[in-house]
Design a protein around this ligand. Structure first.
Ligand code: ZN
Ligand code: CU
Length: 492
């Protein structure tokens, strides 16, 4: 009889393709899935009886800022405890590599840490550091546009010159040569806002030849969001590169109720080009404190402040009252600072989450002392709250948004499906119990119902505790198979 390391018997397998669940045995040998089928005739060192439990591909967190955290705290508990087995770092224009800082990192690169956290002058050095840290989950990385700007420009409030663009392109080329997934931008931030579309087009060009992707925190998510989407789509269309709109949302009270209009616009674009989005399942955003987002109608909670650390956890309203100043003035005094903005409508968020082009990305901020609950709760919340309780989509559909769909779009080869010869990134969970427990007032809490997690065949989480064994790797860009005019629902 043939042998394998582990066999999971009689699990309800959600294979990541979006297809309906089936009761199967799944066998692991080394770092791969070696067999999938009913009643496998194999001898295993370890057998797990999984009747009544769901087995899915490990979740892929498409939108993270775990760049430096994955190295500093390789246990990666905020993600491992959710069943996440791969994080995509380098989003919103900010990446840990390739970075050569001359001073403290510009906003919002400071979300990744202070200058001492940026030790990766080349993308290759970051790849090596991930390998040495051996984090509990896999790491795949984008190169950030703002990071490239900070490397080559004396000031960021202007467009890059032709010479600077050439330097940025050669640095992006090094990143792509060493497996970067593509380029991310954060055009809403002051550090990139002055970049005209031509600057992005010049940087998108090498992506096409490499088979890379362009992801963007768009120039605005408020009143002019349709123009911003048009710009993002144009960059993809003119360069022949797939586009992911990061954390798609209708931001700001005046913009509430526009999700249907925005998704219609996205669908129109999708009929001509490769474009999709990610979303986190909360009606509140979080980033550095931005004066443009201060609005008396929106509850803003301060999560950290360099000059006024004691006010972490207070609302901006309360701080303003305490000082007897306007919220805007209080925000100015608190900067640099971090904030949670309750600036979305739940209805809009739900509509975006449900859309067939939407993947799941936490946008969690692991360096924040009082993080938004999305850091620890995103994936179990989509499964427990929005699939099981609210029935917004089936479990198979929810899992597809977290696995097969992102693996296909980001070109993560042999990941995202429960399939023979694929990497054994797997999560066993209890569909009746899986739920987030992190809240806005108590956000550092692990989810319920996530039982076992394997990363490259290494059992890293067992019966709800980290095993201490870590199997994560740097995952380089694979062959781009998201082809033009093929629809973009992934491998259904
Ligand atoms: Zn962002
Ligand atoms: Cu982000």
């Amino acid at each position: 009889m043939e042998r394998c390391d582990t066999i999971v018997r009689d699990a309800t397998v959600l294979d990541g393709s979006g297809g309906e669940a089936e009761s199967q045995d799944v066998a692991i040998l080394g770092d791969r899935i070696c067999a999938v089928g009913p009643d496998l005739d194999l001898r295993a060192k370890t057998t797990i009886e999984a009747r009544g439990l769901c087995l899915a591909p490990g979740f892929i967190d498409t939108h993270t800022h775990d760049d430096t955290f994955a190295i500093r705290d390789p246990r990666m508990l905020p993600k491992l405890t959710q069943g996440v087995t791969t994080v995509i770092v380098g989003n919103c224009g900010i990446s840990a590599a390739p970075v050569r800082l001359r001073a403290e990192p510009p906003d919002p690169m400071n979300l990744l840490g202070d200058a001492s956290a940026f030790n990766y002058p080349t993308f290759a050095s970051y790849v090596e550091a991930v390998g040495q840290a051996r984090p509990a989950v896999n790491v795949a990385a984008l190169a950030g546009h703002t990071a490239l700007r900070a490397n080559h420009m004396d000031r960021l409030d202007r467009p890059a010159t032709a010479g600077e663009i050439a330097e940025m392109r050669s640095q992006l080329g090094e990143a792509l040569d060493h497996g970067a997934l593509g380029l991310s931008s954060g055009l809403a931030y002051a550090s990139a806002r002055a970049a005209p579309v031509e600057e992005l087009l010049a940087l998108a060009e090498p992506l096409r030849y490499a088979g890379g992707i362009y992801t963007t925190h768009m120039r605005t998510e408020a009143a002019l969001i349709l123009d911003a989407m048009k710009e993002a789509a144009e960059i993809g269309r003119l360069s022949g590169v797939p586009v992911i709109i990061s954390h798609l949302k209708c931001s700001g009270v005046d913009n509430w109720g526009r999700s249907a209009e925005i998704l219609d616009a996205l669908d129109t674009l999708r009929s001509h080009q490769r474009i999709a989005c990610d979303c986190y399942p909360y009606a509140a955003s979080s980033s550095t404190l931005d004066l443009l987002q201060v609005d008396e109608r929106v509850t803003i909670t301060i999560t950290w402040s360099t000059p006024h650390a004691d006010f972490a956890g207070w609302t901006l309203k309360k701080i303003a009252a305490h000082w007897g100043v306007t919220q805007r003035e209080a925000a100015k005094r608190l900067q640099p600072a971090g904030a949670i903005y309750h600036s979305m409508s739940e209805q809009d968020m739900r509509r975006i989450l449900r859309h067939p082009a939407t993947m799941i990305g936490s946008d969690g901020l692991p360096n924040d002392p009082l993080p938004h609950p999305r850091l620890w709760g995103t994936f179990p919340r989509v499964l427990g709250r929005y699939s099981r309780e609210e029935k917004m989509f089936s479990f198979a559909g929810a899992v597809h948004k977290m696995t097969g769909m992102p693996a296909h779009r980001f070109a993560l080869e042999k990941r995202g499906l429960v399939k023979e010869d694929y990497y054994a990134d797997l999560v066993l969970f209890d569909a009746d119990r899986v739920i987030d427990t992190a809240t806005f007032s108590d956000s550092v809490r692990r989810a319920d119902g996530i039982l076992h997690v394997w990363v490259n065949g290494v059992l890293s989480y067992a019966a709800g505790s980290a095993t201490g064994d870590r199997g994560g790797r740097f995952v380089a860009r694979g062959k781009q198979t998201w082809l033009d005019h093929q629809g973009d629902e992934g491998r259904r």
